[in-house]
Design a protein around this ligand. Structure first.
Ligand code: HEC
Length: 392
């Protein structure tokens, strides 16, 4: 009953997270696009930098961009901050609900490092807290003024986090925590810098004073960083569906490579929006993705001796059935995970493709590898699958 309730809670929180995340990134993309497409108005207007006409849903809209601010502020000014906050709050809840509360199952991986569940959670929480603090201090340091060197340093630091986490906790948890760190940086940028600075500037304008331009620059710096983070963070959030990424031997390098492809793609949109034609950026990102697909290709078993079904069944009985059964014996499991059961010959044969993916391609299963599965046992499954997954 408790499991059922937490499943529903998780569903609702995840749903909320996706909806607010879509809204946040959608708004951010829209304003980027707007900035790139406003043009000086046909009849010049005092203080107006540009305007833009659009049609949507049968109505016509005209958006006006001011050079600094309008003479007189309107009564109602929209801020666009709640979508960022709620995305973070729901994301953080999900991280705690799915990973931290189930640290023993989803964070600790004995084949990576033997640690206690609380240590895994401490590593995860510490990553978010220390990661944001280091990034924030770097932004304020002299390095923060130089966009490209700063970008390179942050990229290297995040790569270090990806590498470090994959040496301590399970690969999926490591991936998600890199994503959670980037998401935390993005939301904290909005909460601690972008919105407060805008508030101070607006207040100054209301008092009739000249707003402090450095506040606007600090906000613009963080907005730019958030812009480059969007595509990498979105990949990481769906990465759990792609075992060939986090399940690969050098999973941290794959994470870095795909993130780089995402940031490059974002860069291409940014420079294109400014009217520059940097044609090389997109093909480089595409080549990078092709290269990663090639590097992660599974091994073949063309030279392997014929494998009997009974050998495969033994491996599965030793390493899998305590969870994947109609009546699991593993502590904490009341039903077979994802409904996947290996009690009968038919169930094993039917699931051959998924078993191969989990055990051979990505090595994600067996979860909590208590019996220490060997490479030979994995190869038995791989070769059996390669030879047609026959039931003898
Ligand atoms: C300690 C419990 C446990 C053990 C042991 C275990 N699994 Fe799993 N397995 C899980 C859990 C939990 C999930 C669900 C994972 C998720 O929701 O992301 C799962 C999911 C799966 C899936 C479905 C994944 C998919 O997306 O297709 C397959 C297939 C699978 N396991 C195969 C195996 C095989 C084969 C073994 C033995 C070599 C094994 N498991 C051992 C707990 C276990």
């Amino acid at each position: 009953m408790f499991d059922h309730a937490t499943d529903w809670l998780e569903l609702v929180v995840r749903w909320l997270h996706i909806v607010t995340g879509v809204t946040w990134i959608g708004t951010s993309f829209y304003f980027n696009w707007l900035n790139n497409h406003v043009r000086p108005p046909e009849t010049p207007e005092e203080g107006v930098a540009g305007d833009l006409w659009s049609v949507h849903g049968g109505a016509f809209y005209r958006v006006v961009k001011y050079r600094v601010a309008p003479e007189k502020l309107p009564k109602v000014l929209h801020w666009f901050k709640w979508e960022a906050y709620v995305t973070w709050i729901s994301g953080f809840s999900l991280l705690a609900l799915v990973y931290w509360l189930n640290a023993e199952t989803f964070m600790v991986d004995n084949s990576v490092r033997v640690i206690a569940p609380w240590q895994a959670v401490a590593v995860g929480a510490g990553t978010l807290l220390i990661g944001w603090t280091v990034y924030h201090l770097l932004c304020k340091s002299p390095l923060g003024k130089h966009a490209l060197p700063f970008g390179i340093v942050v990229f290297l630091l995040l790569s270090g986090v990806a590498f470090g986490l994959t040496q301590v906790i399970g690969a999926r948890a490591a991936y998600i925590h890199v994503g959670a760190l980037i998401g935390t940086i993005m939301a904290a940028n909005v909460f601690f810098v972008i919105i407060p600075n805008q508030k101070i500037m607006v207040d100054a304008m209301v008092r009739g004073e000249e707003p402090d331009a450095s506040l606007g620059q600090a906000g613009a710096q963080r907005s730019l960083h958030n812009n480059y983070f969007t595509l990498p963070v979105l990949f990481i959030m769906v990465s759990n569906h792609y075992p060939m990424t986090y399940g690969f031997e050098w999973n941290w390098a794959i994470l870095i490579g795909i993130s780089l492809a995402g940031a490059l793609t974002r860069h291409w949109f940014n420079v294109r929006g400014k009217g520059e034609k940097n044609v090389w950026v997109l093909p480089v990102a595409a080549m990078l993705m092709l290269g990663l697909a090639f590097v992660t290709k599974p091994k073949t078993y063309a030279d392997h001796r014929p494998v009997q079904f009974s050998e495969v069944r033994q491996v599965i009985e030793r390493h899998c059935v305590r969870c994947h059964s109609a009546t699991p014996t593993q502590d904490g499991f009341t039903a077979p995970p994802q409904g996947v059961m290996f009690d009968t010959r038919e169930q094993i044969v039917q699931n051959a493709g998924r078993i191969n993916t989990q055990v051979v391609v990505t090595k994600v299963m067996p979860l909590m590898d208590q019996e220490h599965i060997t490479e030979e046992e994995r190869d038995l499954i791989g070769a059996w699958f390669y030879q047609g997954a026959l039931p003898d």
